[in-house]
Design a protein around this ligand. Structure first.
Ligand code: GDP
Ligand code: MN
Length: 385
């Protein structure tokens, strides 16, 4: 789950990372009131979950109430890369001397945490990585040992931050690492981390992505869920307790278990197709769950065929087959459906499907066969359009 900048800064503040004082505003009048409360000059910042707000005109300095009014009016309702601005963050303006970059993420391949620091902050880090990879200092951190004081100091030294910024930056790195680990984040990023004219170091922007798997131990994340930006289908799926991720292809995928869903994505790609989504129905695959899953996929206009890939375990193959047949009696599906059932009672399941087979419903014995058929049907449907 991604946080807005203002939420990320509030999260940072809980771990002692210095940020500028500020407040949110959903209307122009609120923005002016925040400016009066905070004291000028302030920065009026669009709250959307996409980078490059500055370049898009979504970040403006204001010296008085009149300027706040002018900028807030222009930015509220603005479209930034497909995201509409509904909320502003107004904060005390900083006098910037230098802009740096700092982040922590998980490097799954290395099974370690990865810290990155650069003296070239304020611009897109991908751009820095492409133009001048040596300008980013990387450090793998053993998650058991954590980030030591020495490592934090070495990071800022190696990255070549200005001498006067180093102690403050190393201190922030330690706090940012704690925020990453104890705050259960997948990513924490400060871009820019600034050195002010007064010689202080603090976070001017915040990007925080929380690890959904840790939500059970963070009751305070509830407020982030309330402001979460989900598309219509993601909302529908969530309300039905399904794990759904929208993708841009044409083959809708339903599988039980995240691992199987991921393998199914791979096999669809291998068969020359492109997945329209990732939908994990979890353990139970009864008629109700199946109908819900089909209903979610059905609302995606890009779906040309549906591939259902189930490995029967506790939920037996015959139950799954019956579930699919019943679900189809409840939801009208336009796209043809290809099913692969394996595992417990797979044979009985396939028999049930055989009695209902048509050009809209078919079963295939292996994952690859099923994926090939689904991809073929999707391209046929595409060609007919
Ligand atoms: P992003 O463009 O979405 O990454 O938004 P940021 O919050 O990173 O702001 C973009 C740029 O706006 C920063 O790199 C700064 O150059 C500028 N900016 C943001 N806040 C301030 C501020 O308080 N004072 C000044 N002078 N510039 C700021
Ligand atoms: Mn930024």
């Amino acid at each position: 789950m991604d946080l807005f900048e203002y939420q990320g800064k509030q999260y940072f503040a809980r771990f002692g990372i210095p940020v500028s004082p500020g407040g949110v505003a959903d209307t122009v009048d609120d923005a002016v009131a925040q400016g009066e409360r905070i004291g000028y000059p302030v920065v009026v910042k669009a709250q959307v979950q996409v980078g490059g707000r500055g370049k898009a005109g979504g970040i403006q300095l204001a010296d008085n109430a009149e300027e706040v009014r002018k900028h807030a009016s222009a930015i509220l309702g603005m479209d930034i890369k497909g995201h509409t601005v509904n909320r502003l963050w107004i904060e005390r303006a900083s006098d910037i001397k230098r802009e740096y970059y700092a982040s922590f993420t998980l490097d799954r391949g290395a099974r370690k945490h990865l810290g990155m620091v650069s003296a070239r902050g304020g611009i897109d880090i991908e751009q820095v990585a492409a133009e001048d990879p040596a300008a980013i200092t990387r450090l793998h951190i053993d998650p058991v040992r954590g980030l030591t004081d020495d490592e934090a100091r070495k990071l800022v030294d190696d990255a070549g931050l200005d001498q006067e910024a180093r102690p403050g930056a190393a201190d922030i790195l330690k706090k940012l690492y704690r925020c990453f680990v104890e705050g259960d984040a997948d990513l924490v990023e400060i871009n820019p981390l600034i050195l002010t004219l007064a010689g202080e170091v603090h976070a001017l922007d915040a990007k925080v992505s929380l690890d959904n798997n840790a939500e059970f131990r963070h009751p305070e994340w509830k407020e982030y869920r309330e402001t979460e930006v989900l598309d219509e289908r993601e909302l529908l799926a969530r309300s039905k307790g399904l794990q759904y991720i929208g993708l841009s292809g044409s083959v809708g995928i339903i599988a039980n278990g995240a691992g199987l869903a991921m393998s199914t994505l791979d096999v669809v790609n291998q068969a020359g197709g492109s997945p329209a989504n990732f939908l994990d129905i979890g353990g139970g695959a009864d008629a109700n769950v199946m109908a819900n899953a089909l209903e979610v996929i059905n609302t995606d206009p890009n779906v040309r065929s549906i591939l259902i890939n189930i490995f029967g375990g506790i939920t037996r193959g015959d139950e799954v087959a019956n579930g699919i047949v019943q679900a189809l009696g409840r939801v009208h599906i336009d796209a043809p459906i290809v099913i692969r059932i394996d595992g417990t009672n797979a044979e009985q399941g396939r028999e049930i499907l055989k009695t209902h087979a048509s050009d809209k419903l078919m079963s295939r014995p292996t994952m690859l066969d099923a994926a090939r058929k689904a991809v073929e049907l999707a391209s046929l449907a595409e060609a007919r359009r």
